[in-house]
Design a protein around this ligand. Structure first.
Ligand code: HXC
Ligand code: NAP
Length: 261
């Protein structure tokens, strides 16, 4: 189910938008008639995402770029702005992750996640800043519970996502006076996604245990995150900035973990 907000003609740019959660977000905006650009590293992912989004009948652009490369990130922004004009909605969601204890992580293993998630988010925001609609742009970073909650075998992602949370808050401070709102979405485990496959539910038993810890007793769906992204980018959220918004079925409070027997 999608909430009914119209994004006709709005320029929506989604970094990391070719698979999973971020493609789900892009799809929601495309369904609501936004003009959508998706960006990622792999040509085949970009092509498949563009084909999916075009089925909704609107204008779609796909660009290959690695957010670790500030020049490539800027070139992607320039291409998108040349096609669709100032950016109304900017989503930064590119990420990499895997489970590894710190003792088993090489410096490059730690660095690759920080480079994609945290430095990539800075590159995206820095490149897009001159082209954001003002007043009115909505910037959304995709963070994760790891940003607030320490998790073993996740030192790289915890550090990177905590950094994204602070980038979000600081840029909400700096860009607010220009009418630009900056928020982050922190999804809980979402359906059939790469993040869930890698980290949460590598087998059916692990999936069951993870679901049992969530107050709403289910993993999220792509539309749960897409709906929140559209809400945050709509006039209904016009006074909302600097927020890290969990969308996790209550997972961030995890009542059951502390329930007395
Ligand atoms: C230890 C590892 C490792 C592992 C990679 N490395 N995998 N170390 N355990 N499982 C190390 C490598 O040895 C190397 O260090 C360094 O990381 C870089 O690896 P590369 O393969 O060269 O990097 P690259 O090709 O750039 O790929 C980046 C990646 C990859 C992050 C490693 O997995 C990727 O592209 N991921 C994108 C998709 C993804 O991860 N999606 C899930 C997002 S989920 P050395 O020293 O050997 O050179 C998420 C949170 C979800 O973000 C939260 C759920 C609740
Ligand atoms: P995913 O499908 O692997 O999505 C990652 C996307 O980022 C892909 O489109 C990937 O495409 C792109 N990407 C990766 N590295 C990139 C780089 N260096 N430059 C540009 N693009 C890059 O993972 P997901 O599980 O849907 O996660 C999406 C986002 O949600 C991430 O920010 C993740 O941390 C967050 N999240 C996910 C969950 C979950 O349940 N899945 C929970 C909490 C938070 P290419 O491979 O083509 O580059």
């Amino acid at each position: 189910m999608l909430i009914d907000i119209d994004f006709s003609g709005r320029h929506v740019m989604v970094f990391g938008g070719t698979t999973g959660i971020n493609l789900g977000i892009a799809d929601c905006f495309a369904q609501r008639r936004g003009r959508v650009t998706v960006v990622s590293r792999k040509q085949e992912n970009v092509d498949a995402a563009v084909a999916q989004l075009q089925r909704h009948g609107g204008e779609v652009l796909g660009v290959v770029a690695d957010v670790r490369d500030p020049q490539a990130t800027k070139a992607a922004v320039d291409a998108s702005v040349a096609r669709f004009g100032p950016i109304d909605v900017l989503i930064s969601g590119a990420a990499g992750n895997f489970l590894a204890e710190a003792k088993d992580l090489s410096p490059n293993g730690f660095g690759v996640v920080v480079d994609i998630d945290l430095k990539g988010t800075f590159h995206v925001m820095h490149s897009a800043y001159p082209h954001l609609s003002r007043p009115g742009a909505s910037v959304i970073n995709i963070t994760a519970p790891q940003g607030q909650r320490p998790m073993p075998r996740q030192v790289h992602a915890c550090a990177a996502k905590a950094g994204i949370d602070q980038v979000t808050r600081v840029l909400a401070q700096e860009w607010g006076p220009e009418g630009i709102r900056v928020n982050a979405i922190s999804p809980g485990p979402i359906g059939d996604t790469e993040g869930v496959r890698r980290l949460v539910a590598s087998n059916p038993q692990a999936k069951e245990r993870a679901q049992a810890r969530i107050p709403l007793r289910r993993f999220g769906e792509l539309d749960d995150i897409g709906n929140l992204a559209m809400f945050l980018s709509s006039p209904f959220a016009g006074y909302l900035s600097g927020a890290i918004v969990p969308c996790d079925g209550g997972g961030s409070v995890e009542a059951d973990r502390h329930r007395p027997e």
